[in-house]
Design a protein around this ligand. Structure first.
Ligand SMILES: Cc1ncc(COP(=O)(O)O)c(C=O)c1O
Length: 403
């Protein structure tokens, strides 16, 4: 079959079994269409999506302004390489940097952005023989060889050794342990402001400032991996603004262009020249199509006052889950910051994903016991209530089964 015409989920699965490398665990439905907070499978069943695009669809499915920008850009210029100047890349870089600082480098994914940040840290540090990078337990930085090594979770290292050298792992939340790991060869400390895959781990109020201080005292750089926390996700444009702690470098991807593949590294104007011509590049990085989508994403967030919406909807989710926690002892902790929501259970969380799916809701589970939601920043109160209602029903069932 070589056309996309109405293939059932079952037939699509058979096609994947035959032709697609099975490196993902997939749920047995084929999604064919999306609009706003909803998407539909090949059989026409509708799902409310509280984990749209694993956090990439920051404005939900097919946001009209972004879709239109992509269509218009596609008719003008789809791709030109970075040997030329181009309008959308300049405009998007200006938009991002005027909302943060410094200068931008564009690539296509989170792992690639982190690779860029790590190379920049080494290129800067090599003048003093610094190359080591301290990362954190429960962190997640991507799937390339270097970013897998940066990811201090042994389950991701199995069978791919020897790992890229130079990473030191610190326990999360312990500033003394970080200070003890830093030495004269340390180029950078790298952390997600909020660990996402690690279960929505929100740092103590003074923790990131503590890392900033350690980096400054030891003449090394502070890198924030904002692949998941960028672009209004936490209620500010970037996660670091929640704690008012500015890194030397931060990385973005996921929601940066509302679902179009794109990543970015932002660094200070002083450090930027260390990523010198010939030392780093990305053929597709900063391509006009992704840049046009990114520009439309920023415009939508701003014009629709979505930072305010994030604050209101985050509080709505938090108070819903807080009252459910009073009813259900299987909920041991609720961690929310903007549209990053983690509900820690005392029982395995993975079964909740399939049970919610049956009831027409898409969510995620991570770290074995955490339900994770990354709702779009333009979700409405009715959609929050609908999604929460389904999760509450599922958790009540699971609590009864566990009793
Ligand atoms: C914090 C963080 N960094 C990096 C990555 C890797 O991003 P990508 O899958 O786009 O390479 C992810 C992906 O989940 C992430 O959450």
């Amino acid at each position: 079959m070589d056309s996309a015409a109405a293939m059932s989920s079952e037939d699509r699965i058979a096609q994947f079994d035959k032709y697609v490398i099975p490196n993902y665990t997939r749920y047995p439905i084929s999604l064919v269409r999306g609009e706003g907070q909803h998407c539909w499978d090949a059989e026409g069943k509708r799902y409310l999506d509280l984990f749209p695009g694993w956090g990439c669809n920051i404005l939900g499915h097919c946001p009209p302004r972004v879709t239109q920008a992509i269509q218009e850009q596609a008719a003008k210029l789809v791709h030109i390489p970075n040997t030329w100047y181009m309008e959308p890349q300049g405009d998007f870089a200006e938009m991002l940097c005027t909302r943060s600082f410094g200068k931008a480098f564009f690539c296509n994914s989170g792992a690639e952005a982190n690779e860029g940040a790590l190379k920049l840290a080494r290129l800067h540090g090599m003048k003093e023989g610094r190359y080591k990078v301290i990362t954190f337990e429960k962190g997640f930085h991507g799937r390339t060889l270097a970013t897998t090594a940066a990811t201090a979770q042994p389950k991701f290292h199995d069978g791919i050794g020897p790992l890229v050298a130079g990473f030191k792992y610190a326990p999360t939340g312990d500033l003394d342990a970080v200070a003890a790991l830093v030495d004269h060869e340390t180029a950078a400390i790298m952390i997600e402001p909020i660990q996402g895959e690690g279960g929505v781990q929100i740092p103590a109020d003074d923790y990131l400032a503590g890392l900033r201080r350690i980096a400054d005292e030891n003449n090394c750089l502070l890198i924030f991996d904002e692949v998941q926390t960028c672009m209004a996700r936490t209620g500010t444009w970037f996660g670091y603004q929640q704690w008012n702690v500015q890194p030397d470098i931060f990385t973005m991807a996921k929601g940066i262009a509302a679902g179009v593949a794109c990543g970015a590294v932002i660094t200070t104007s002083e450090l930027a020249p260390d990523l010198r011509p010939g030392m780093h590049a990305s053929t597709f990085g900063g391509n006009p199509l992704a840049m046009a989508a990114g520009i439309a994403t920023v415009q939508t967030i701003e014009e629709e006052n979505l930072l305010d919406n994030v604050a209101a909807m985050s509080e709505r989710f938090r108070s819903h889950f807080a009252s459910l926690a009073e009813e259900l002892s299987i909920i041991s902790e609720i961690r929310t910051r903007g549209m990053m929501i983690g509900v820690e259970l005392t029982i395995p969380s993975t079964p909740a994903v399939g049970k919610c799916m049956e009831k027409g809701l898409l969510i995620n589970a991570t770290q074995g016991t955490v339900i994770r939601l990354l709702p779009a920043v333009n979700i409405s109160a009715e959609e929050v209530d609908e999604g929460f209602g389904i999760i509450a029903d599922v958790l009540r069932d699971m609590a009864n089964e566990a009793a």
